[in-house]
Design a protein around this ligand. Structure first.
Ligand code: PLP
Length: 423
């Protein structure tokens, strides 16, 4: 009996695994019109059940658009990890050591995203600098060493992830100011890798901080590809570097990487779940820890050249489909640091196509299937996140499209723009 039930159990898990793996791959071809697998094989569609609209992501790895889709190998690893309990500490330790080896740094932890990486890394710097306990964060920190030095042009929305450790920011602009900003209260120097402002470069930033014996943190959340950025910044000398797991690496959206110096990573891990520090609410479940590791494996198996080639092919296919429309001009543009992949820019004359780029975006959003274009579409600000846009510019982020979706986007764009030519 025992043996029988064990065998049955194995078969059951084997079936689930294969179905999940197949589901991931079939899912890729859903939009190509392949017959869908049955509900039993793939699990119930809870987006349908809940009435949540599935979208085509022609925007990019935006958090509010659920960032990315995990590749089939990552989906399968997540599903498989869900089949067994493990000791969380064992998994965190083994995942960290594996990632540190693959990513050529001293130590690593899987965090609940880059924002959580910022909090945990800052917590590590605070506890190391003060030799204080994790429970001193945040309430006691105002009486302790609590200063983070940052360039004025690097202040951003993610500051809050540092502030929840009770620190305060000391802003600098010139390198002289920077050198003078260090005091016996400094715990960390913070750098925003994709900042479009700020006159102090990475190497100078690290050199001066280290001259004062202060650790340097680099937020590079959205800054892969290139794949080598996963080790470039730690090898350059940053003591801590964080990446978002759900952006270019295409891991689970609630996962991220914190990489760096062994003592700081150990201190950051001390504030992490399951301990009762500032990271207690930033839990990464076993499925997502495994998913993050599997995503790194997937990402390292890619090449910058083949990724870029595929994204250019998608952009070119969409551009070719629109070329008969009056006044259309297209360009492929690669932002310099964050989201460093080909984006398609579509420009036109409002005299010939009587619709604003914002209205094109709205129409695609309202259509079926619902399509999200890059939010810099039709922006009056001129340039944002390294993309030069304008009121008559449509921006298509092609890198998060699933196979076959580029032509769905192309046909919808053509339909909406062609209609406006006769308006
Ligand atoms: C996206 C992003 C984050 C937050 O990343 P999550 O993984 O969503 O927590 C932090 N910093 C920068 C610069 C980002 O682009």
């Amino acid at each position: 009996m025992m043996a029988m039930s064990l065998l049955a159990r194995r078969n059951f898990f084997g079936t689930v695994r294969n179905a999940v793996a197949a589901g991931g791959i079939l899912g890729q071809f859903r939009s190509l019109g392949a017959a869908p697998a049955t509900t039993v094989e793939r699990g119930e569609d809870y987006y349908d059940k809940l009435g949540v609209t599935k979208i085509i992501n022609a925007a990019g790895t935006y958090t509010a658009l659920t960032a990315s889709i995990m590749p089939p190998s990552v989906q399968a690893a997540v599903a498989r990890a869900a089949e067994h309990p493990v000791r969380l500490g064992d998994l965190q330790k083994a995942a960290g050591e594996y990632l540190a080896g693959k990513l050529k740094c001293e130590a690593a932890i899987v965090t609940a995203g880059a924002a959580s990486g910022l909090t945990l890394g800052t917590a590590g710097c605070v506890t190391v600098a003060n030799k204080c306990g994790i429970r001193d964060i945040p309430n006691e920190v105002s009486h302790l060493k609590n200063e983070v030095v940052i360039q004025k042009g690097h202040r951003y929305g993610y500051d809050q992830a540092l502030f929840c450790c009770g620190v305060r920011m000391v802003e600098v602009e010139t390198i002289e100011e920077y050198d003078k900003a260090f005091s016996d209260r400094t715990v960390m120097a913070h750098f925003y890798n994709a900042a479009e402002q700020g006159q102090i470069g990475r190497e100078d930033w690290i050199r001066v901080a280290h001259a004062h014996g202060v650790p340097c943190f680099n937020d590079a959340a959205a800054d892969v590809p290139p794949i080598s950025n996963l080790w470039n910044y730690t090898q350059m000398g940053f003591d801590l570097v964080t990446f978002s797991g759900g952006k270019g690496i295409r891991g689970p959206q609630n996962a991220g990487l914190l990489l760096g110096r062994k003592d700081l990573i150990a201190a950051a891990a001390a504030s992490n779940n399951p301990f009762d520090g500032v990271g207690r609410g930033m839990k990464v479940a076993k499925e997502q820890i495994v998913g993050m590791v599997a995503a790194v494996d997937w990402f390292l198996s890619q090449s910058d050249e083949s990724l870029e080639k595929e994204f250019r092919r998608r952009a070119d296919r969409i551009a070719a489909h629109l070329k008969d429309l009056p006044s259309i001009e297209t360009e492929v543009s690669i932002p310099p640091v964050a989201n460093h992949v080909p984006h398609l820019l579509i420009r036109y004359s409002r005299d010939r196509l009587k619709i604003s780029a914002r209205d094109v975006m709205m129409e695609l959003r309202r259509g079926t299937p619902s399509i999200e274009l890059n939010p810099s579409t039709g922006s009056a600000r001129g340039a944002s996140a390294g993309i030069t846009t304008g009121v008559n510019t449509i921006v298509v982020g092609v890198w998060m499209l699933q196979p076959g979706e580029d032509m769905i986007v192309a046909r919808r764009l053509h339909e909406v723009l062609a209609k406006s030519a006769h308006a």
